[in-house]
Design a protein around this ligand. Sequence first.
Ligand SMILES: NC(=O)c1ccc[n+]([C@@H]2O[C@H](COP(=O)([O-])OP(=O)(O)OC[C@H]3O[C@@H](n4cnc5c(N)ncnc54)[C@H](O)[C@@H]3O)[C@@H](O)[C@H]2O)c1
Ligand SMILES: [Zn+2]
Length: 363
Amino acid sequence: MKVLKVALGRNSYGIRIGAEIMERTGLWLKEEGLSGKAAVITDSNVGPLYAARLEQSLKTAGFTVTILEIAAGEAQKTLETAAGLYDKLAAAYLERNSPVIALGGGVVGDLAGFIAATYLRGVPFVQVPTSLLAMVDSSVGGKTGVDHGQLKNIVGAFYQPRMVIADTSVLKTLPREELSNGMGEVIKYAALNKYFFKYLEQNIEKAMVLDEPVMEQIVLLNAGFKAKIVGEDERESGRRAILNYGHTIGHGVEAVTGFKVKHGQAVAIGMIEENKIALRLGMFSRPEAEKIEEMVYHAGLPARLPELSHEDKLKLIEAVKHDKKVVNGKIRFTLLQSIGRAVVTDKVTPGLIGEELFGWSSS
Ligand SMILES: NC(=O)c1ccc[n+]([C@@H]2O[C@H](COP(=O)([O-])OP(=O)(O)OC[C@H]3O[C@@H](n4cnc5c(N)ncnc54)[C@H](O)[C@@H]3O)[C@@H](O)[C@H]2O)c1
Ligand SMILES: [Zn+2]
């Protein structure tokens, strides 16, 4: 097992990473000074697989446990679901010092974190992430929240967990598509860090068959890298912007396909298309772009834009123009200069996007 310290002053905490470590959750929470009641929030896929195991660990350590299961899927990440859960927490007499534990992927983590941040104006929050994406990305950084109407993550709070327990052995039951999806984000992080990229390049095939030491190392490197960036920029003002690599076009792809292309897949396409733009601007090198494409291929992710009608192509460019990264009407793109070195630029115009993505002439 590895322990990664996230240094955030008073809000510092540890991320424990390793195989078969979920069983120790109760003990660790007790060592953290927590006791009494605990609520576990999980979903209808993860609950039946792991809730009993977590409950046993908590009970053995003396906790009284309430398990709250929501239906799986992004559609549940709403204020309505949160309201139903507040009722249940109140009915179970959860108190100020009672931890809320998220057992699941990013949906459960974001929702349970939002509940922990707001219920009784904040109760201890613990993350037991079960998807690759949640282990490397969504459980690190303190962003919690829910969707509202058509807007994703629009209501929320920054709230740090007391502890994160990433048991890599649970990835065995994660659907293959979700593993690839998480790997899309992993490749993005790796592209921003030379050492991580080298490791991933050498081990991606082992990762895709869930080799334990490799998964442990990937989660450690990725969560550590994200934690470092977040530590430098906890409230997202500057440096975190590099994490938008692959996301500006990625979000456009998600929008025009009505989210049929999953986030990790869209990020993979976004990275490849954004690399083309960086090549065109003479910023980036072709051999490095090819290395990223190779990795996307090994992770079982798409490397090309899906077939789009002319109208959808226009819509994609519109979506990119209205991405939340737009400042003073200029589109801010995070592009690679080399693997491990990203810059934020406003040199990318809608005309250039049309040329590079769809071969339109700019005249
Ligand atoms: N807070 C942040 O900083 C941050 C960052 C990135 C993404 N997110 C959010 O994370 C969410 C996406 O997370 P996700 O990809 O984990 O989605 P998810 O939570 O929907 O999980 C994906 C699917 O895998 C299932 N699953 C998870 N772990 C499993 C396991 N071990 N075995 C079997 N099935 C399992 C889930 O039930 C679900 O069906 C989005 O809502 C996104 O907005 C948040
Ligand atoms: Zn992302």
